[in-house]
Structures are given as structure tokens and as C-alpha cells.
Design a protein around this ligand. Structure first.
Ligand SMILES: Cc1cc2nc3c(=O)[nH]c(=O)nc-3n(C[C@H](O)[C@H](O)[C@H](O)COP(=O)(O)OP(=O)(O)OC[C@H]3O[C@@H](n4cnc5c(N)ncnc54)[C@H](O)[C@@H]3O)c2cc1C
Ligand code: FES
Ligand code: FES
Length: 468
């Protein structure tokens, strides 16, 4: 049974198939059609809703795509849709800001934008362009009314007003805390036993990849095991030597520590899908999905990450570069799952990371090529080189020949050029609608050169820039 708050009432959903999305539930079962279906694939944001959940003694508000969220993910939360904003005949000021700034044209995208503005206001105390852009990164307006929409965001942030949700916060917290935990595994051990007994069930973390099977490929997922109720899988922490990421921790929860430890990786995550998807999607799902164009994987390969895998009571630690076996093929055995991702911390400032994502759009777009380089140079010689790419092969992979050309060699342009040529031995990329094979290879070589430029002195930078 899934229990959640909507419209100040506790709803208990018992009879819906596991693979029902929140959007289907809202429009078909709850008769709430204010939340729109644009693409049903997480790309347009027309279906954006807000989930409020208990965070200590406060409520934490986050946007998600209703089209990619299964109803089970609502358990223990408050679901807020565009219908809930107008109160006692008055529009919510997120709605009023859209009107005041002439920010709605055809209006199809507007409910989604309003919900993103509503969540932005709950998180920001002043207007800053970058957080506002991130908050709206998953909302498309085909009429391209972005400037007035940003004006509306500015108005909402600069003139915040207490609303009915603020006034009811204590009551909502009590109602949410009174909801009993979800049925299904609530500890890692229980999950491990359950999954071993039901190896054909499908694990679901954020569902941002899995839901596409339902909404785009019209498949049924009759038995889902949700990972979101298992606290150990949500934890993100630092030890002296490692960053530990629970496999089901949403990417937005991982970002602060990732940014702190690996700033370049943090910048990449700010371009990972959209805010809505980062609030749901996880590293565990990204890795297990084993997409050749997943963004986390090349970086984790370059950082030398290890996975903690669990099957029943048996744990094994597998370096990520032994995990991917082919196109969407992994080393996971039946009944085995990813419990944790362990990333070695870089204690030495000489070891540098550079990460690059090349995609057609800055936000909410999939990489044509993603490159990650971890390089250490001592006394002018490369003593450590891990170079990995996404989008260049059937899976994210390290560039073994390229690394061999770098290791033990002087850190200079001639070495980089040899390493760039070696990429032709490492990869035979495909052409598809994102990029041609020739473009991918050229970009991969250029990213290596760019990494060299950025890691080298300004004088070299000028020389190399004119060379490229
Ligand atoms: C519009 C859109 C944009 C996107 N943009 C990006 C992008 O920029 N970069 C990018 O890399 N990805 C992107 N994605 C893909 C997706 O959001 C990510 O791959 C995300 O990290 C998946 O995590 P999840 O928790 O939602 O996975 P889920 O959908 O829950 O799961 C994916 C798969 O992994 C399995 N799984 C999940 N957790 C575990 C576990 N712990 N152990 C074993 N198996 C597990 C599931 O059974 C399923 O087969 C995008 C997706 C969409 C829809
Ligand atoms: S309908 Fe387009 S993102 Fe959900
Ligand atoms: S107002 Fe037309 S798509 Fe946004």
C-alpha cells in the first residue's frame, strides 16, 4: 500500500499496478488534469509536480517529473500539483508572477514552470541567476518565453510570501510522520533476501531510466522492488580515504559532497539531466543501467571507483572497470545488486581531474561524448593517468592505449598528440543522431588536448591554443 498526502488528505493506494506513474494516477485516477503530459519521457517538464518530505523539523520541497515517477515513490510524502496552489480564490504568487511578467503564451508548459517556481521559492531566500536556471532546467517552453519566465523567477524569489503550505507546515509534518513505513524491504538484509528469492523482480531506485520502458516502450513491469525506503542505500558520507555513495541516494543529495571533493565532477552533475531528474535519479541506477552515454560512469572510471555488490549475505568489492561487460551488460549476477559506490579521495593536489560533457544543449541533454581524465605529473613526468570516455564505445570505457602513451612520459604536447592518436586504437565510435563517428573521435582527441591545456601553465596554453 502507498500512503501519501494530497489536498490535505491522506490517500491510500492499494489497487494500482506497480508500474503506474504519478502522471497516470493524477490524470486518469484522480481526475487532476492540470499536470500535463508533453513527452512522457522526462524531457519537457510539463508534468512537473512537487513532493514535500520530512527533513528534521522542516518540510523539504522538490520537483519531480510525474511521468517518470512510480506511485510507490509517493509513500510518506506530500504530493503537490498545480491544482493545490490557488487558495481561497487567490492565485499563488508563483502563478501571479507568471501573469505579471507575461510569461505564458500557449500555456501548455505553464503548470510545469509554475511548479518549478514554487519549489524554487521554497529553497531560495534571494534571487540568483544560476540556481534559478538549474531549477528551470527541466522545463521547456516551445514558445521560448524564457526571458519573462526568468523575470517571474526573480519576482518569486525577491518577493516571497508565506503561503498556505507554510502555515500548515507543522500539521503536515505530523501527518507525514504518522504514516507507517512502506511495505516491502526496509533494510539492506531484507532487500538482499527478498531479491534473492525474487530475482525476476525489477529493482527501482529513481525510476528515471526504468519508467521509460513503460512510457516509451509500452512494456509492463509487473513486480517492482523499491529501493527508496532503505536508509542505508540513501547515505552519502566521507571517510578519511573515500567518498561513499549509497546506491539509491538521489544525485541531488550527492552533489554537495561530490562538488566539495571533485569540483569538476560537481560541474558535470549540474548538467546531468535536469533538476527534476537529479531529484530522483541515482548513481546506482546510472551504473546498473550501463548506458554507453551515462555521464557518471566515465568519471567514476577515471576516479578508480569500486562497487560494493551484494547477493544475499555475500558481499564483493568490484572495481568499476570490471563491471561493464558490453552494451548494457554488467557483471551483476541474478539476485545481486549495487549497495554502495566507493570513490578514493584525492589527498594529493598533484592528482587532477578534468571532466567534459559535449552535448547539443547545455542542460537536460544526453552526452554525445563525455570525457574524464585523472592525471598526476611529477617533475614533468606523467606518473598517473586514468582516461575514460562515454559515447565512444558500446559502454563507458577507459582508454587503455591512450593511458599507456601518457604513463611515464614527459608531460608535453608531443606526448598528448601520441595519446590522442592512440584513441583510434581504443575506440571505433558509432554514428547516430547525436553525432557522427568522425565528430566523436575528433571531439575525444580535442578534449584530451583541452585537458592538457587546462592542466598546464598559461604560456603553454597560448601555444597550444594557436596549435589547435
Ligand atoms: C530526460 C532524461 C535526461 C537524462 N539525462 C541524463 C544525463 O544527462 N546523464 C546521464 O548519465 N543520464 C541521464 N539520464 C538517465 C537517467 O536519469 C540516469 O541514468 C539515472 O542515474 C538513473 O538512475 P535511477 O535511479 O532513476 O535508475 P532506475 O530507473 O531506478 O534504474 C535503472 C536500472 O538500474 C537498475 N538498478 C537501479 N538501482 C540498482 C541497484 N542499486 N543495484 C542494481 N540495479 C539497480 C534498475 O533495475 C534498472 O534496470 C536521463 C534520463 C532522462 C529521462
Ligand atoms: S511529460 Fe514531459 S517531462 Fe513528463
Ligand atoms: S507557453 Fe507555449 S510551450 Fe510554454
Amino acid at each position: 500500500m502507498t500512503q501519501f498526502l494530497m489536498d490535505n488528505r491522506l490517500h491510500s493506494v492499494t489497487n494500482l499496478p506497480d508500474d503506474t506513474t504519478v502522471l497516470q494516477f493524477l490524470r486518469r485516477d484522480a481526475g487532476r488534469c492540470g499536470t500535463k503530459e508533453g513527452c512522457a519521457s522526462g524531457d519537457c517538464g510539463a508534468c512537473t509536480v512537487v513532493l514535500a518530505q520530512v527533513d528534521g523539523e522542516k518540510l523539504h520541497y522538490q520537483t519531480v517529473n510525474a511521468c517518470l515517477t512510480f506511485v510507490s515513490a509517493l509513500h510518506g510524502k506530500q504530493l503537490i500539483t498545480v491544482e493545490d496552489l490557488k487558495h481561497r480564490g487567490e492565485l499563488h504568487h508563483a502563478q501571479q508572477a507568471m501573469i505579471d511578467n507575461y510569461a505564458s503564451q500557449c500555456g501548455f508548459c505553464t503548470p510545469g514552470f509554475v511548479m518549478s517556481l514554487f519549489a524554487l521559492e521554497k529553497q531560495q531566500t534571494s534571487f540568483e541567476r544560476e540556481p534559478a536556471q538549474h531549477a528551470l532546467s527541466g522545463n521547456l517552453c516551445r514558445c521560448t518565453g524564457y526571458r519573462p519566465i526568468m523575470d517571474a523567477a526573480q519576482q518569486v524569489c525577491e518577493q516571497p510570501q508565506a503561503d498556505q503550505f507554510d502555515r500548515a507546515e507543522q500539521q503536515t509534518l505530523q501527518q507525514l510522520k504518522s504514516i507507517k513505513r512502506a511495505s516491502g524491504p526496509a533494510s539492506i538484509e531484507a532487500l538482499a533476501t527478498f531479491y534473492l528469492d525474487n530475482p525476476n523482480a525489477q529493482l527501482v531506485a529513481g525510476g528515471t531510466d526504468l519508467a521509460l520502458d513503460v512510457t516509451q516502450r509500452y512494456q509492463r513491469l509487473p513486480k517492482l522492488i523499491s529501493l527508496s525506503a532503505i536508509p542505508e542505500l540513501q547515505q552519502v558520507s566521507l571517510t578519511e580515504t573515500e567518498l561513499l555513495i549509497g546506491a539509491a541516494a538521489p544525485i541531488s543529495c550527492c552533489m554537495p559532497l561530490v562538488q566539495q571533493e571533485f569540483p569538476d565532477f560537481g560541474l558535470l552533475l549540474a548538467r546531468f539531466a535536469s533538476q527534476q531528474i537529479r531529484n530522483q535519479g541515482t548513481f546506482g541506477g546510472n551504473i546498473a543501467n550501463a548506458s554507453p552515454i551515462g555521464d557518471g560512469n566515465p568519471v567514476l572510471l577515471a576516479l578508480g571507483a569500486t562497487l560494493v555488490l551484494r547477493r544475499g549475505a555475500v558481499l564483493r568489492h568490484l572495481p568499476l572497470d570490471q563491471f561493464f561487460l558490453g552494451y548494457k551488460k554488467t557483471a551483476l549476477q541474478a539476485g545481486e545488486f549495487i549497495e554502495q559506490i566507493r570513490i578514493p579521495r584525492s589527498t594529493d593536489s598533484a592528482r587532477q581531474l578534468r571532466v567534459y560533457k559535449v552535448s547539443k544543449r547545455l542542460e537536460d541533454d544526453i552526452s554525445a561524448v563525455c570525457a574524464a581524465l585523472q592525471i598526476e605529473v611529477r617533475q614533468g613526468v606523467v606518473v598517473h593517468a586514468r582516461v575514460a570516455f562515454g559515447g565512444m564505445a558500446e559502454m563507458a570505457r577507459r582508454a587503455a592505449h591512450c593511458e599507456a602513451e601518457l604513463l611515464g612520459q614527459p608531460w608535453k604536447l608531443a606526448t598528448i598528440e601520441r595519446a590522442a592518436r592512440a584513441l583510434e586504437q581504443d575506440f571505433s565510435p558509432l554514428s547516430d543522431f547525436r553525432a557522427s563517428r568522425e565528430y566523436r573521435m575528433q571531439v575525444a582527441k580535442n578534449l584530451l588536448r583541452r585537458g592538457y591545456i587546462e592542466l598546464t601553465s598559461p604560456e603553454t596554453l597560448m601555444r597550444v591554443t594557436s596549435y589547435v
